[in-house]
Design a binder for this molecule. Structure first.
Ligand code: NAD
Length: 264
């Protein structure tokens, strides 16, 4: 019987309580991984009830708070001293303010999408640094992946969407983090990539499509341009994330993988 690549490996998934993050947690659990699902929501999704052995739910955690993330890592490492992969899926796309977005919208969007990704990943890289300090490039690069980090960007990492200034800026910044970390940590065997979902059927997307201030209309027009003719499914995003976490992507780092039904 072949053993899954993921069996007994340990992963952190932010935004694991809904949508793409939730779909990923379930796939990792099926592949016999140990998963730490992090979310702002206090209660775990009902799907996790049958997975108490493999899925550890850390609720009421705001990834934008560095002190909360520091405490979180203490709890995680008590269970999982070695982490094999980190996925930053927690994200927000607040709507409702039309073409002029408020300071509050901009700051909160940057806090969750950018600083949250920064906090979770930096805490992980600090752990890796303790294993062997990052003192610069070595002549011999590691032949094996020590860990894979997957950031969830968006189509808005690569282009602008109407009335989505804060979100677009935040997702471009997540791409910048991805490229920078991939460069600085490759010689430690850390691969860092970005999945750029197009419209995917989750609570976040459904809220966008019903936004009354023009955005819903613009997004609906955008969806009509998807060659595959439908929204993506969370599991389709999760399949690509699994590929980037797994051994089949061992020579891929610093890349953007659009998963968008062929959206031009
Ligand atoms: P979702 O709303 O279903 O899930 C996001 C999860 O993140 C929620 O459970 C939410 O509680 C959690 N979260 C929000 N703020 C948090 C915080 N401060 N700390 C911890 N957890 C927090 O949305 P989704 O569609 O699954 O989105 C996942 C990622 O995919 C996001 O980064 C989003 O920007 C990106 N994305 C989604 C789409 C889409 O169409 N659904 C398209 C492009 C990119």
């Amino acid at each position: 019987m072949s053993t899954s690549f993921f069996a007994q490996k340990h992963y952190i998934v932010t935004g694991g309580g809904s949508g793409i993050g939730l779909a990923l947690v379930l796939k990792l659990a099926v592949a016999s991984a140990i998963v730490h699902a992090i979310d702002l929501k206090a209660s775990a999704p009902p799907e996790f009830e049958a997975l108490l052995e493999t899925v550890h739910y850390h609720g009421s955690i705001d990834v934008s708070s560095r002190s909360s993330v520091t405490e979180l890592y203490k709890a995680i490492t008590a269970i999982s001293p070695r982490i094999d992969g980190v996925v930053n899926s927690a994200g927000i796309c607040p709507g409702g303010d039309g073409y002029i977005q408020s300071d509050e919208t901009f700051q909160r969007t940057m806090a969750v999408n950018v600083i949250g990704t920064w906090n979770i990943t930096t805490a992980f890289l600090e752990m890796v640094d303790k294993e062997s300090p990052n003192v610069g490039r070595t002549v011999t690069a590691p032949s094996r992946t020590r860990a894979s980090i997957v950031n969830i960007g968006s189509s808005a990492s690569l282009c602008a969407w109407p009335t989505l200034t804060a979100y677009t800026a935040s997702k471009h910044a997540v791409l910048g983090l991805t490229r920078s970390w991939s460069l600085d940590w490759a010689h430690k065997g850390i691969r860092v990539n970005l999945v750029a979902p197009g419209g995917t059927d989750t609570p976040l997307a459904r809220a966008q499509l019903s936004d009354p201030k023009g955005r819903g209309e613009a997004l609906t027009a955008g969806l009509a341009m998807i060659p595959l003719g439908r929204l993506g499914r969370p599991g389709e995003q999760a399949d690509t994330i699994m590929f980037l976490l797994g051994d089949g992507s061992s020579y891929i780092t610093g890349q953007v993988i659009p998963v968008n039904g062929g959206f031009p």
